[in-house]
Design a protein around this ligand. Structure first.
Ligand code: COA
Length: 147
């Protein structure tokens, strides 16, 4: 199977992101939220979107706060394609985008179940586990410093 990973439109990433990460959110609820400056990344098998992520400028809340930080959200791979490197390719492209944008720090709220996925790509957990209101799931905050 040949997979290509590239910058994508919000319309391309939205369906898989919602289906994987917010399956119980009513279609009437706006999800995902729009963030100014968002760059979307998708993995395609032909026309089919099999992996997605979104990055955008958002200050690191600190401490200490960092103004020129970028945040990663919406990392999702189609269930039948998991464990074959699609997520790694999408995450690498998202990291490249943030580095090229000049981010001095990249951060995310990672689901604790997926922490090892991010650690394998060089991300580091910081702080205690917490539960997000939107998902009810345990998370850790993770950071990565572009070189
Ligand atoms: C987490 C997710 C994006 C990973 O994508 P993927 O395509 O399955 O991951 P890859 O195959 O590219 O794996 C890359 C590395 O991370 C590891 N990894 C992947 N998923 C993992 C998981 N859930 N837990 C632990 N390690 C994981 C793999 O072992 C692999 O390392 P290896 O090649 O040395 O074995 C995908 O499983 C997913 O969409 N999960 C459901 C949604 C989710 O939890 N998203 C994250 C929200 S923060």
């Amino acid at each position: 199977v040949s997979i290509t990973v590239r910058i994508a439109t919000a319309e391309d990433v939205q369906p898989l992101r919602r289906w994987v990460l917010r399956p119980h959110t009513p279609p009437t609820d706006p999800f995902p939220p729009e963030h100014d400056g968002s760059v979307h990344v998708a993995a395609y098998d032909g026309d089919r979107v099999v992996g997605v992520a979104t990055v955008f400028p958002q200050p690191w809340p600190g401490p200490p706060p960092i103004a020129d930080a970028w945040r990663l959200r919406g990392m999702a791979v189609e269930p039948s394609r998991r464990g074959s490197g699609v997520g790694r390719l999408v995450l690498a492209e998202a990291m490249r985008v943030m580095a090229e944008a000049g981010a001095s720090l990249a951060w995310a709220n990672a689901r604790s179940v997926a922490l090892a996925f991010y650690e394998a790509a060089g991300w580091v957990p910081v702080g205690d586990e917490f539960v997000t209101a939107e998902t009810g799931m345990p998370h850790r905050r993770i950071i990565w410093t572009p070189q």
